[in-house]
Ligand binder design. Structure first.
Ligand SMILES: C[S@@+](CC[C@H](N)C(=O)[O-])C[C@H]1O[C@@H](n2cnc3c(N)ncnc32)[C@H](O)[C@@H]1O
Length: 298
């Protein structure tokens, strides 16, 4: 209905941002939602557009996002994308939301890949991201290492997760030419020709103990349980990966695994008992055990 005062009936982004902030109680979250709903590329662009009118379609999109968030859905799924290192990754309920601590696992893998490349060049490093989910780790390796220096396999047992990884692979441009996708359980996903030939295996497997009371409702209710839980002690999948990696890595190849904060001693023992060299447990930024490293004896 036309406005009786003769003023056009418009809602500006300034009004929507204020209202969304009030409803969510968080201005940063409100800004991100307004950015997505308005289709701008950055927060700065949104600020420049604050007095522009929003279309009905944009307002409906924003309302739908607010309703999902208020129903308890994680912000990252509501936004549909989340940043991991240099990548803007598509994320939804088919995959784990990439975590900041995993960026450090990736940093460790990048460092080892560069070291390997310094000895193998011009032959590219063969790297495998096991349990790739959104593709966060493996796609970062492909995007951040020099073109031609790495061949990356993204593997997961979840076909749904691999659909998300495939969409994210399409988003990394030319770096994606060095990436292949494989479906199956841990190393079973890979072609037999890679057995004993892999330079670097990096994995962020499920490592939470079944029924762990510290898992928040938001995580337990929304993120895939296949990505989270790994038996009574949380070590089921780490144990499988460590024992199989000993066969799939080339002599001198590296294994990097994200672990739970209380799993350092147990994973060190597993790596030692399997015969890995140069075993190390490194902390995350909060000082908690987070990254296990080992090298297959040369
Ligand atoms: C903790 S999530 C990690 C996702 C992603 N790498 C990241 O860091 O954000 C664990 C991933 O392992 C996958 N996974 C679980 N069991 C698996 C198995 N038996 N073989 C291969 N992947 C598996 C899950 O589907 C999930 O994508």
């Amino acid at each position: 209905m036309p406005d009786p005062t003769g003023q056009p009936d418009v809602t500006t982004w300034r009004q929507l941002l204020a209202e969304t902030t009030r409803v969510l109680g968080d201005r940063q979250h409100a800004r991100w939602m307004c950015e997505v709903a308005s289709g701008v590329d950055s927060g700065d662009e949104l600020l420049a557009e604050l007095d522009a009118p929003a279309t009905q379609r944009m307002v409906a999109h924003l309302d739908a996002m607010i309703a999902r968030r208020l129903a308890g859905e994680p912000l990252q799924y509501v936004l549909g994308t989340w940043q991991f290192r240099r990548l803007d990754l598509m994320v939804d309920q088919r995959v784990l939301i990439p975590r900041p601590e995993t960026e450090w696992v990736c940093e460790t893998a990048l460092g080892l890949a560069r070291t390997v490349w310094s000895t193998t060049a011009p032959t590219p490093v063969t790297a495998v991201d096991l349990g790739t989910g959104s593709g966060a780790i493996g796609l970062s390796l492909a995007a951040e290492l020099p073109v031609g220096s790495v061949q990356v396999w993204l593997a997961d047992v979840s076909a749904d997760a691999l659909d998300v990884a495939r969409a994210n692979l399409a988003g990394v441009g030319g770096a994606g030419a060095a990436v292949q996708i494989a479906e199956g359980s841990w190393f079973d996903a890979l072609p037999a020709s890679l057995r004993g030939e892999i330079d670097l295996v990096v994995a962020n497997p499920p490592y939470i103990a079944d029924g762990d009371p510290d898992v928040t409702a938001e995580v337990a209710n929304w993120e895939p349980h296949l990505a989270l839980f790994a038996g009574a002690d949380g070590l089921r999948d780490i144990g499988t990966i460590v024992s199989e990696a000993a066969e799939w890595l080339r002599p001198g190849g590296w294994l990097v695994i994200e672990i739970g904060a209380d799993q350092g001693p147990a994973v060190r023992s597993l790596l030692d008992a399997t015969g890995f060299d140069a075993v190390e447990i490194r902390p995350d930024l909060a000082g908690r055990d987070r990254i296990a490293i080992g090298s297959r004896p040369a």
